[in-house]
Design a protein around this ligand. Structure first.
Ligand code: MG
Length: 212
């Protein structure tokens, strides 16, 4: 049993990349980022299956975002793109919950991305189960209806590029999680919605939505 299986208990950072699929950039009408758009989620936002996503009181627009999560297996800083994959210990799939209603002038991105329960994750996926993280099909259904479907080959910045970029600024430690972005199709969820999602042929997750 790899200790990385317990990344939710001891990982100290959750680092996200925004606007990192061509389909998402097009869907949101944004311009293509020229360098990765990085944000943080608090590890206290983790939940595992069997727990509900809880929309905070007064929040009017909380989106789901299916993502591939990359779990760091070896401490590193300033790694090159060529070396980056040596520091990956495994993967998971993640719902990067995002309270769009909090992303406004003078509102905090921290609250939008890191409120309690904003980081539902699957179980740990050993590295060898995903030989090429830049070619993974991912999908997300809400109440049985498909909202998101894409492949990580359509990333703006691929997995080694992101690890290398992030490691310029943050020491990446064992158990840290990197969310590599979400494709088009994100939408607001509400109480009693059931989100099912996964990485095709690798893992599926199911989370129910509740409200405070
Ligand atoms: Mg995201």
């Amino acid at each position: 049993m790899s200790s990385l299986e317990n990344f939710v208990q001891y990982g100290r950072k959750v680092i996200g990349a925004g606007a990192n699929y061509h389909s998402f950039v097009k869907y949101t009408g944004r311009s293509l980022p020229t360098e990765p758009e990085i944000f943080l989620k608090a590890p206290s936002a983790y939940i595992t299956e069997g727990n509900k996503i809880v929309i905070p009181k007064g929040f009017t627009n909380v989106n789901e975002e299916i993502e591939l999560g990359v779990i760091i297996g070896k401490k590193c800083k300033h790694v090159s793109e060529a070396e980056a994959m040596n520091y990956v210990g495994g993967y998971c799939t993640v719902l990067d919950m995002a309270a769009i209603c909090q992303i406004k002038p003078n509102k905090s991105w921290a609250i939008a991305k890191a409120f309690d329960t904003a980081c539902p994750v699957s179980k740990f996926i050993p590295k060898e189960k995903i030989p090429d993280p830049n070619n993974v099909d991912l999908w997300l259904n809400v109440n049985g209806e498909q909202w998101q479907k894409d492949n990580t080959k359509n990333l703006v910045f691929n997995v080694p590029q992101l690890i290398s970029y992030i490691s310029k600024y943050f020491t990446l430690e064992v158990g840290d999680l990197i969310l590599i972005g979400t494709p088009a199709g994100v939408g607001a969820v509400k109480k009693d919605d059931v989100i099912e999602a996964g990485l095709k042929g690798i893992v599926t997750i199911k989370f129910e939505v509740d409200e405070e």
